[in-house]
Design a protein around this ligand. Structure first.
Ligand code: 13P
Length: 258
């Protein structure tokens, strides 16, 4: 079973509807020849309609950056998975480290959001990753495994087949300090091993594990050359069509693995 590379751009709180429309237009042009790789972008909520309108039928999927666990109700300021789906999203980020550290998303909240994404028919991109203190303390693997258990532990095979995992070490996000290809590969192999121990063989064989944290056009190829790195979740470099295109190209030229 081969895994198709998957590159997603997380625009975070950048690009209002007008700028998002312009960037989506540039991306559509820049990525017209991209093949053999799945590509997606995660604009801020308000910009989703503009991006969906530009990219529908363009082969670039749209991702929500977060969702509320409930379908609807008195949750001022929140957006549900059902709303994202209705607006044209096919994926949603769940448990991004900025949500965990700045907005108080605990493992329990992340687990509820992940189930809400599945309920809404969205494919979750579950983000996991350790802080620098945790890495220095030698607990990085245990921290990531605990995040995986809390979010995915109870899922059945069919739900698991819709999941993407993004390994984003917190110390590498927005810092310009990337995990080395070996460091990233080590954690990705651990994550795949965790999946192998709990789910039927097709789950670890097909679930894609993206790396995220200061991915750029210049380091993407060496990261993608690792056997368990199936793509990237790109922040800053996804705000520029040319650098995002170069990262997509690096992922597209990755040999398919079984
Ligand atoms: P940077 O690529 O800006 O480090 O951000 C990574 C990230 O958080 C993607 O979700």
């Amino acid at each position: 079973m081969s895994r198709r590379a998957f590159v997603a751009g997380n625009w975070k709180m950048n690009k209002g509807p007008l700028e998002a429309d312009a960037l989506a237009m540039e991306l559509k042009r820049a990525l017209i020849d991209a093949s053999g790789v799945d590509v997606a972008v995660a604009p801020p909520f308000l910009s989703i309609p503009a991006v969906v309108a530009r990219l529908s039928h363009g082969g670039i999927a749209v991702v929500g950056q977060d969702l509320h666990p409930e379908v609807s109700g008195a949750f001022t300021g929140a957006v549900s998975g059902e709303m994202l789906k209705q607006a044209g999203c096919s994926y949603v980020l769940v448990g991004h480290s900025e949500r965990r550290s700045l907005f108080g998303d605990t493992d329990a909240v992340v687990a509820r959001k992940l189930r809400a994404a599945l309920r809404a028919g969205l494919k979750p991109i579950l983000c996991v990753g350790e802080t620098l203190a945790e890495r220095d303390a030698g607990t990085a693997i245990a921290v990531v495994q605990a995040q995986l258990s809390a979010a995915l532990g109870e899922l059945d095979r069919d739900s698991m087949m819709t999941i993407t995992i993004a390994y984003e070490p917190v110390w590498a996000i927005g810092t310009g300090r990337t995990a080395s290809p070996d460091q990233a590969q080590e954690m990705h192999a651990q994550i795949r091993g965790w999946l192998s121990a709990r789910f039927p063989r097709e789950v670890p064989a097909s679930v894609r594990i993206q790396y995220g944290g200061s991915v750029t056009a210049s380091n993407a190829s060496s990261l993608m050359s690792q056997p368990d790195i199936d793509g990237a979740l790109v922040g800053g470099a996804s705000l520029n069509a040319e650098s995002f295109r170069a990262i997509v190209e690096a992922a597209a030229s990755k040999p398919r693995l079984s």
